[in-house]
Design a protein around this ligand. Structure first.
Ligand code: ATP
Length: 268
């Protein structure tokens, strides 16, 4: 799904990322960990193609296509979607209109907004005056309409209260197609009953892929993930197994020691 090869990235002339390699297969959800300021958001923003982030070396391949120089809107059309930490306010454009632009019908927009507790926000300008937690739900609502094949989430739980973290997790799972309402877990936002849900949202054989930045890992209680990466000193040092074990290692031993342990294959 996503192959990043020897990627070096600069922002405003300063090199932030060096020689990054990352491979995410279809259906896999990877977790990106690392101390503040090491470049996690930079990596996600570069994958999405935001203009400030200049690729100095390396390649980004998505679904077999080299997108290294492709503009952001083309990447979105190809199936990449992102939730950034500080999304902009768009005055004069209602959230309702935005969700419809992202791909939902008016009926789906109403239904998804209700599910996300955002019905009262649909006729407000996108993100205008939204609280931290409301911003996250607004972003997820737009992503639910877009249904990206590669979901990039930058600290989805930050600023979200304990009850709404479960909602954020369920929304992420919906986008990743991990929620199977045919098994009776029909809390899907798109529909009022199982039959309609099945018709409107046929689940694919394999789910979509994801890359999730988290510091504390609360979201991982709700979103199954298979790989953890630690970004340390601007370099993706190594990959390892269970993200929850890696987080436990970081909490106990700190990043530096955990990077050494993980690189030796010690954390499983
Ligand atoms: N325009 C800029 N000029 C210089 N340095 C910049 C610029 N923009 C970002 N940086 C620096 O790039 C580094 C990486 O930032 P980034 O937001 O990617 O880190 P992060 O790992 O996501 O951090 P956090 O965990 O705090 O969210 C930071 O040290 C930041 O100050």
């Amino acid at each position: 799904m996503l192959h990043i090869e020897h990627l070096t990235v600069a922002v405003d002339g300063k090199t932030i990322l060096q020689d990054i390699n990352l491979h995410i297969a279809p259906g896999e959800v990877h977790v990106l960990l690392g101390p503040n300021g090491t470049g996690k958001s930079t990596l996600i923003s570069t994958i999405m193609g935001f203009e400030r982030y200049k690729v100095l070396e390396g390649k980004i391949i998505f679904k077999g296509q080299d997108i290294t120089t492709a503009p952001c809107y083309e990447r979105a059309k190809l199936g990449i979607g992102v939730m950034i930490q500080r999304p902009p306010t768009i005055r004069g454009l209602s959230l309702r209109k935005m969700v419809e632009i992202c791909g939902a019908t008016p009926k789906e927009t109403e239904s998804m907004a209700k599910w996300m507790g955002m019905s009262d926000f649909l006729d407000r300008s996108v993100n205008e005056g939204f609280s931290g937690g409301e911003l996250k739900r607004s972003e997820l609502l737009q992503l639910m309409a877009q249904k990206p094949e590669l979901l990039l989430l930058d600290e989805p739980e930050s600023g979200v209260d304990i009850e709404n973290i479960a909602l954020v997790g369920r929304a992420a799972n919906y986008i990743l197609q991990h929620t199977d309402c045919r098994k009776g877990d029909c809390q899907k936002p798109c529909c009022g009953n199982n039959t309609e849900c099945e018709d409107n949202n046929p689940l694919k054989e394999s789910g979509h892929s994801g890359l999730i930045i988290t510091h504390l890992g609360h979201i991982l209680k709700y979103v199954p993930s298979s790989h953890a990466h630690i970004l340390y000193n601007g370099t993706l040092t190594c990959q390892s197994g269970d993200p929850l074990h890696v987080l436990q290692c970081i909490a106990q031993s700190g990043y530096e020691r955990c990077v050494r342990e993980t690189c030796r294959g010690g954390v499983r």
